[in-house]
Design a protein around this ligand. Structure first.
Ligand SMILES: *Cc1c(COP(=O)(O)O)cnc(C)c1O
Length: 388
């Protein structure tokens, strides 16, 4: 399906609302029925019905249809946050006594789901280095039900070889779930590679303006309706109609933003790669990166994330570099208009568990600013380091 059609027209029945170009925000919790028969019909098929906003709301449905189509999925359901989507997708596939194999170092709260939450309910989890597909096979147990992927993954942006892992999973009848937030459906379509469920933090690139939270799960109609009737309705991580509207507005410019971010990121990375105060750049689209070939095969283009190791063993130097940057905001998250840094140094504090990542690692997100404007800011911060 044409991406321009999906983004500009699909799911929008404008004749229903005065031919308004922008869809209405149906700010209602409830929908009335005309007859008992009408209400009975809704109750027997709530996944397809407009009955109550914790289930379906027409503004939210437009968003679900568009993202499902972008991912090449039969169906999708939206959540109030990315973690709402991740948790519902994983929980829908397991019960006490089951085992999950997950990629190591996923997003922080996905890691908490795997390491702390699932074990409380009798679900075992093994976390593996995802750069070698063999590791997933070696971790299988007779009770394994799910393989969980995040590619590229948080902080170091390692990739997993999706087709290789999927073919192993299919041979063992396992469900595969992937967090596709970093790549977006513009750059990676996991369902086409055989993955069963795709989850997103829509808070990031899909929203694109750092002003709304949301999540989505995409998959077959059967799998999505099963999640609807269980984790979605029970746990209630519902997306509000107003937030769905903001996400729809963000979605209109997603391809444009992804192109811009990709181009600027390549320029900033090229600058950083040759810089004498940078020890290493974690960015799979660099020809020197061990996963460069896989990156070119699996992703249509690079995105705005990478991380660097500063060439220093002094915390003060790392702090000086980060504190001097003016145009990069220091923050969690990513995917908005504004460039960001996330210093791992901030996770180092006395009395806290020592992080697995080194303190001189700085994660970057490149937003919509000009490359020259950002590089000048970096140059200034590196200069400070020298004299600091
Ligand atoms: C932010 C993030 C999430 C969680 O999304 P929220 O919208 O913050 O709940 C999940 N996965 C990845 C890769 C993320 O970056």
């Amino acid at each position: 399906m044409d991406i321009s059609y999906i983004i500009n027209a699909l799911g929008e029945d404008r004749a229903l609302y005065f031919n308004a170009v922008s869809p209405p925000i149906l700010q209602t919790s409830n929908f009335a029925s005309d007859t008992v028969a009408d209400m009975r019909q809704k109750l027997t098929q709530e996944a397809e019905a407009t009955l109550y906003t914790r289930g379906n709301n027409p503004t939210v449905t437009i968003l679900e249809k568009k993202i499902a189509a972008l991912e090449g999925a039969e169906h999708a359901i939206a959540f109030g946050s990315g973690m709402g989507a991740v948790s519902a997708a994983v929980l829908s596939q397991v019960q006490a006594g089951d085992h999950v194999v997950s990629v190591r170092k996923p997003y922080t709260w996905t890691n908490a789901l795997m390491r702390r939450f699932l074990p409380r309910f009798g679900v075992e989890v093994t976390m593996v280095d995802g750069t070698n597909p063999e590791h997933f096979r070696q971790a299988l147990k007779p009770n394994t039900k799910v393989i969980y992927l995040e590619s590229p993954n948080s902080f170091t942006f390692d990739l997993q070889d999706i087709p290789a892992i999927v073919s192993m999973a299919k041979a063992h009848n396992l469900v595969t779930i992937i967090d596709n937030s970093f790549a977006t459906p513009i750059n990676q379509k996991p369902l086409e590679l055989g993955v069963d469920l795709v989850v997103h933090s829509a808070t990031k690139y899909i929203g694109g303006h750092s002003d709304v939270m949301g999540g989505i799960v995409c998959g077959s109609r059967e799998m999505i309706n099963k999640i609807f009737g269980s984790e979605f309705m029970v746990l209630g991580a519902v997306l509000s109609p107003h937030d769905a509207w903001l996400l729809l507005r963000g979605l209109r410019t997603l391809p444009l933003r992804m192109e811009r971010v990709a181009e600027t990121t390549r320029q900033v990375v090229a600058y950083l790669e040759q810089h004498p105060k940078v020890e290493r750049v974690h960015f799979p689209f660099l020809p020197s990166h061990p996963q460069y070939e896989l990156a070119k095969k699996q992703l249509r283009n690079n995105t705005g994330q990478f991380s660097i190791l500063l060439k220093t063993q002094e915390m003060e130097q790392v702090e000086l570099f980060c504190n001097t940057l003016e145009h990069f905001l220091m923050a969690a998250s990513w995917g908005g208009h504004e460039s960001l840094i996330y210093p791992i140094a901030a996770a180092y504090s006395p009395g806290r568990l020592k992080p697995k990542l080194p303190f001189n690692l700085v994660r970057f997100y490149i937003g919509l600013e000009d490359a020259a404007y950002l590089i000048k800011d970096l140059e200034n911060a590196f200069d400070k380091m020298a004299t600091g």
